[in-house]
Design a protein around this ligand. Structure first.
Ligand code: MG
Length: 261
């Protein structure tokens, strides 16, 4: 099942998206079935249905926290000049980084080197505290596509990542949450102006999704809607004014964002 958060004029609602194929591509006649409430319990629709093309796709969740994981693909750790860490490296991104597909990534004046990072984003479905890896997937609502946009010059200069990864618009996410996926072997890609820059698989995660959910839950209680960004594969590259950035994950779909200085 695919669950979106949609804008209908002034109104915002969660909705089930019907008419999306197994690759995550919507049919021309795809629809959204509006939900009465949030998607964490039993899903009850209001009976309202709209063409997908008539609604705005918003970031599919507004979480209480967004936990990023650094250097979680060996090939990316290497391109950043580092080693794979012994345990996951966690950082937080503010919720004000979130934008949806179709929104604009704004390059801040403070940076001259901003890069894309396609990532599988885990959406937590139930409160999780000290869960074990074997049970971790029971606490996951589903998965979505994220771009952990990063100001590389500031990241190096600051010595930690809060500001470099925390600028407004630095987390395009969407287009919806896929609730049915096995996250262990999904192809993920970034294209900039139709050129393939990143082309990886979640099979190459150093710490897999169950390990990350368990690890994070040992430090902080995970609440419904919270997001874990699982890290990015090799191929990160600069994005500049006018670029079109497309992040795609097999079985979920794609987000497309233009870049403005
Ligand atoms: Mg990242």
């Amino acid at each position: 099942m695919f669950i979106a958060r949609v804008g209908l004029g002034e109104r915002v609602a969660f909705a089930v998206v019907e008419g999306v194929d197994a690759a995550g591509i919507p049919a021309a006649d795809a629809t959204v079935e509006i939900l009465q409430s949030h998607p964490f319990g039993e899903l009850v629709t209001t009976g309202e249905s709209f063409p997908l093309t008539d609604v705005r796709l918003l970031p599919p969740m507004i979480p209480t926290k967004i936990i990023g994981i650094g250097k979680n693909y060996a090939d990316h750790a290497k391109e950043m000049g580092g080693e794979v860490p012994a345990e996951p490296i966690c950082f937080l991104k503010p919720t004000t980084t979130l934008i949806g597909t179709g929104d604009v990534i704004r390059i801040p004046w403070q940076s001259e080197h901003v890069e894309h990072e396609v990532e599988l984003a885990v959406v937590i479905g139930r409160m999780a505290r000290n869960v074990k890896p074997e049970e971790a997937l029971d606490y996951v609502l589903g998965y979505t596509v994220a771009n952990d946009v990063s100001a590389r010059d500031i990241q190096k200069r600051d010595g930690q990542w809060t500001r470099a990864k925390g600028f407004d618009t630095f987390l395009p996410m969407g287009p919806w949450i896929a609730t049915h996926l096995d996250p262990s072997r999904l192809a993920l890609k970034t294209l900039v102006n139709d050129d393939v820059k990143q082309d990886g698989s979640t099979h190459d995660l150093v710490f897999d999704v169950p390990a990350l959910v368990a690890f994070c839950s040992e430090s902080m209680t995970l609440l419904p809607g919270d997001i874990i960004l699982t890290g990015t594969p090799a191929g990160v590259s600069p994005i500049v004014d006018g670029d079109v950035v497309q992040c795609v994950i097999e079985g979920i779909g794609e987000i497309i964002n233009t870049v403005e200085a």
